[in-house]
Design a protein around this ligand. Structure first.
Ligand code: 4AD
Ligand code: MG
Length: 463
């Protein structure tokens, strides 16, 4: 008998009507009367359940009637048109094998659980409707991103997870060491001697693949990396995680305008792709998680993104008369409340803010002619704030060296990076898209902990 996925049945039902099929899945609900019963069966391949009808003619009818929720079963039978109004077809069981009985202490009983509670059972939550939708959409978005870049000729580069450089220069790194923390070897000046460590130098988990992907950009022209990144920032918010995924394209012979164009096209592509390829899940989010979701996403796809310089943003915020918690002053970084005000109240669509003060941005960003600002861009979106951070890179060796010296970055730590300017350097640009943030944006989920399978945030690593 043919083993069929429930998704396959839903997508091509006519082909299976009247056919004998075998379906394997878990019992989501069960209703029984004396002589027959109904099981809503989910096999994980599709958002909806398949209705299974069974009757007394089953040899193990009494046992099946008492089956506990989430027990896995194998059903063999015939797909028939359903007399009920709720579904067009159902599976008429001829044989049901109970593979195992789920313990009655199963924590996911038939009621609504809060997201907070479900975080405490992160290993079981993908079985709920919401999380089934989140993680299926997460997978579809990942595919959409690869598709977008691959179709445009970008080469996918796997940048290292363990690295010796601090790409953002912010010092928010997780150390990787084999040294015994209780007996750290010291050098003559009393500093920890990393020569005795596994790699012979200090290393950490990457905060961004950018520096490494830049070197591939200057060989392949158009590249991207897509992998996990790690930040030991002590921000306990709904948008920050210590382990998150980032997509970082890098393009040669390109400036900030090219960079923004690519980011806008990418975001629109992803939205269209997900709407088309995960329609059931997206409809679920629109109905149960965020009633404005579809309207908002349609607006994004139709709109031309806004553009504003940092200096203009400061002016708008200052004149707004709005009471912000954090002060507004040229030279200070924008906080989430400022970002959200600009994109939600003023522009009401995604907004690029460009040309930030050099002092609050990373060392690799290209210095503008005013010598005060850099060719940086952040993409802000309603509901979230910053979703993308990027820049044109400083390709002038002397300017870059001077900037690094000002920031106290040692040239010998970045020798290979400076080589990229010595040997065939050209203007180039790139950005980082926070993968979890784009998932939040496309689903309406409001906490980053609910779009990561096993979230790593401050003081939380119970799984
Ligand atoms: O703005 P960021 O720090 O930029 C970079 O790392 C650059 N090297 C990227 C590049 O130009 N190639 O981070 C990029 C994006 C942010 O806009 C945000 O969406 C996400 O990464 N992000 C985080 N997401 C979740 N948790 C955190 N702690 C994050 N930190 C950054
Ligand atoms: Mg940023």
């Amino acid at each position: 008998m043919e083993k069929v996925d429930i998704k396959e049945i839903f997508r091509h039902a006519p082909a299976y009507l009247g056919q004998p099929v075998q379906v394997n899945g878990w019992v989501r609900t069960i209703r029984t009367s004396k002589a027959f019963g109904f099981i809503e069966l989910n096999d994980g391949t599709f958002f909806a359940n398949l209705q299974v009808v069974f009757g007394e003619e089953l040899a193990n009818f009494a046992q099946v009637a008492k089956i506990s929720l989430s027990s896995p079963i194998t059903v063999e039978g015939q797909l028939v048109e359903s007399p009920g109004a709720k579904q067009p077809f159902e599976l008429k069981a001829e044989k049901i094998e109970i593979i195992s009985f789920c313990s009655p202490e199963y924590p996911l009983q038939k009621k609504r659980h809060t997201f907070e509670y479900l975080r405490t059972i992160a290993h079981l939550r993908p079985r709920t409707n919401t999380f089934a939708a989140v993680f299926r959409v997460r997978s579809v978005i990942a595919y959409a991103i690869h598709k977008f870049f691959q179709e445009r000729g970008f080469v996918y580069v796997h940048t290292p997870i363990i690295t010796g450089s601090d790409a953002e220069g912010a010092g928010e790194m997780f150390r990787v060491t084999t040294l015994d923390l209780n007996q750290l070897p010291r050098d003559e000046s009393g500093r920890v001697d990393f020569r005795a460590d596994f790699f012979g130098k200090e290393t950490n988990l990457t905060v961004s693949g950018q520096l490494e992907v830049e070197s591939y950009c200057l060989a392949f022209n158009k590249v991207y990396t897509f992998g996990p990144t790690f930040r030991a920032e002590n921000s306990n918010t709904a948008r920050h995680a210590a382990e998150f995924w980032m997509i970082e394209p890098e393009i040669a012979f390109a400036d900030l305008a090219d960079n923004m164009k690519l980011a806008e096209e990418m975001l629109k592509f992803i939205i269209n792709y997900v709407m088309e390829n995960a329609p059931e899940e997206m409809a679920f989010f629109n109905q149960f998680v965020d009633k404005d979701l579809f309207a908002r996403l349609e607006n994004v796809v139709k709109s031309d993104f806004g553009h504003l310089t940092y200096s203009e943003a400061i002016e708008i915020l200052r004149k707004s008369g709005n009471k912000f918690e954090y002060p507004i002053e040229w030279g200070r970084d924008l906080q989430t409340e400022h970002e959200r005000y600009l994109t939600e109240q003023v522009f009401k669509k995604p907004l690029f803010v460009t040309d930030y003060p050099a002092a609050i941005k990373a060392f690799y960003m290209r210095l503008n002619d005013d010598r005060q600002t850099v060719a940086a861009m952040d993409l802000l979106v309603p509901g979230i704030g910053e979703i993308i951070g990027g820049s044109q890179r400083e390709e002038r060796l002397d300017v870059l060296e001077q900037r690094m010296a000002e920031l106290g970055l040692k040239q010998e730590d970045y020798g290979w990076y400076l080589d990229l300017r010595r040997y065939g350097g050209t203007k180039h640009a790139g950005y980082g898209l926070g993968f979890e943030r784009v998932i939040m944006y496309l689903t309406g989920m409001s906490n980053i902990r609910d779009v990561i399978s096993f979230p790593r945030t401050v003081k939380s690593a119970e799984f």
